[in-house]
Design a binder for this molecule. Structure first.
Ligand SMILES: NS(=O)(=O)N[C@@H](Cc1ccccc1)C(=O)O
Ligand SMILES: [Zn+2]
Length: 316
């Protein structure tokens, strides 16, 4: 069953079967990878998409993750639709072919595997409204990254809180696994990943760092040019999905979040999307419409990966 025409949410098992279908159908440009295990011992699986996919080529890398929050089901569908688009249209749509030939995409449709399974195997039609991982002291994975962890009132130290930051940075195996993978993409002292996106729901937002402070720029952490480039690209993609573009902290302060870490420690131009749908469980008939609005945004972000500063007419 092709992701794009899905009229129901993919379970974890169906998601893994879909990834197997894609890599079997397109072995030259798609390859599965695992970044490690969840708390309950499941593999966290993604697909690499690029020409000569078995070779690490000197091409800008693009990293998209989804479903870090268990109940945000539409985000897994978004990742699957994009994987389907990149593979199905390779060789026919010029824009797609050029991107797959000149980039290395790393896409993880379900980062919070244990949580997603727990949320979907509930005894009612709707989910359990579960957010966090499945450690006994369940952690909000988007507060557990090792940048300004717990610094600024953007998370909670209480295990019962929905924004519990964990016992220490990367105390959650899922956060540790994804951070280790991204750190592993530093080759010859240079981070090969140039664009990062963390896909969430449900608020129709395009967000960029920082979340830990309301300051637009921070000396040594985010310069005026770096802020301007983030803002310009964010506003450009928001024209296509019609989400509201703004700095993360304009909404509320978060600390230990994914994109603060990917920008703050790795220098990767980083975004969070909050998709639409009105609730965490939009009707399955909405999947097509809710995911198609991000066709161009996901391509545009990747097109900047060779030089994000192009957005503000700057080199290097
Ligand atoms: N999906 S969400 O509702 O949990 N929002 C995410 C992402 C987010 C982070 C900062 C401001 C707005 C939204 C979160 O981690 O809080
Ligand atoms: Zn979320």
């Amino acid at each position: 069953r092709f992701a794009a025409s899905a009229q129901s949410y993919h379970t974890h098992a169906e998601t893994m079967a879909e990834l197997d279908r894609v890599v079997a159908a397109y072995p030259k440009i798609a390859k599965k990878f695992s970044i490690g295990k969840t708390y309950e011992g499941r593999d966290i699986v993604g697909v690499k998409i690029s020409d000569n996919v078995a070779t690490d080529e000197d091409e800008p890398e693009v990293f998209y993750q989804a479903n870090i929050h268990a109940r945000e089901r539409i985000t897994n569908e978004q990742a699957l639709v994009f994987i389907d688009t990149l593979t199905k249209e390779y060789g026919t749509t010029e824009r797609i072919t050029k991107l797959v030939d000149s980039r290395e995409f790393w896409i993880i449709p379900i980062l919070n595997v244990d949580g997603q399974i727990y949320d979907m195997t509930s005894d009612t039609q709707a989910g359990r409204m579960w957010r966090k991982n499945r450690q006994p002291q369940a952690t909000d994975l988007n507060r557990n990254y090792d940048y300004k962890w717990g610094c600024c009132g953007g998370s909670s130290g209480s295990p019962s809180s929905e924004t519990y930051r964990g016992s220490s940075p990367e105390s959650a195996p899922e956060t540790k696994a994804v951070a280790n993978f991204i750190r592993s993409r530093v080759v010859g002292g240079k981070q090969q990943i140039k664009i990062f996106l963390d896909i969430h729901s449900v608020a129709e937002l395009v967000l960029w760092p920082f979340g830990y402070t309301t300051a637009d720029t921070v000396p040594g952490e985010l310069s005026a040019d770096q802020e301007a480039a983030h803002r310009t690209i964010g506003r450009e993609v928001a024209r296509f999905n019609r989400y509201t573009p703004e700095q993360s902290s304009d909404l509320y302060i978060t600390d230990g979040s994914s994109d603060d870490w990917t920008w703050g420690t790795q220098g990767i131009f980083s975004y969070t999307f909050e998709m639409g749908g009105g609730s965490f469980y939009p009707a399955p008939s909405q999947i097509e419409a809710l995911t198609q609005v991000n066709r161009d945004p996901l391509l545009i972000l990747a097109e900047y990966a060779d030089c994000p500063y192009r957005a503000i007419n700057k080199q290097d």
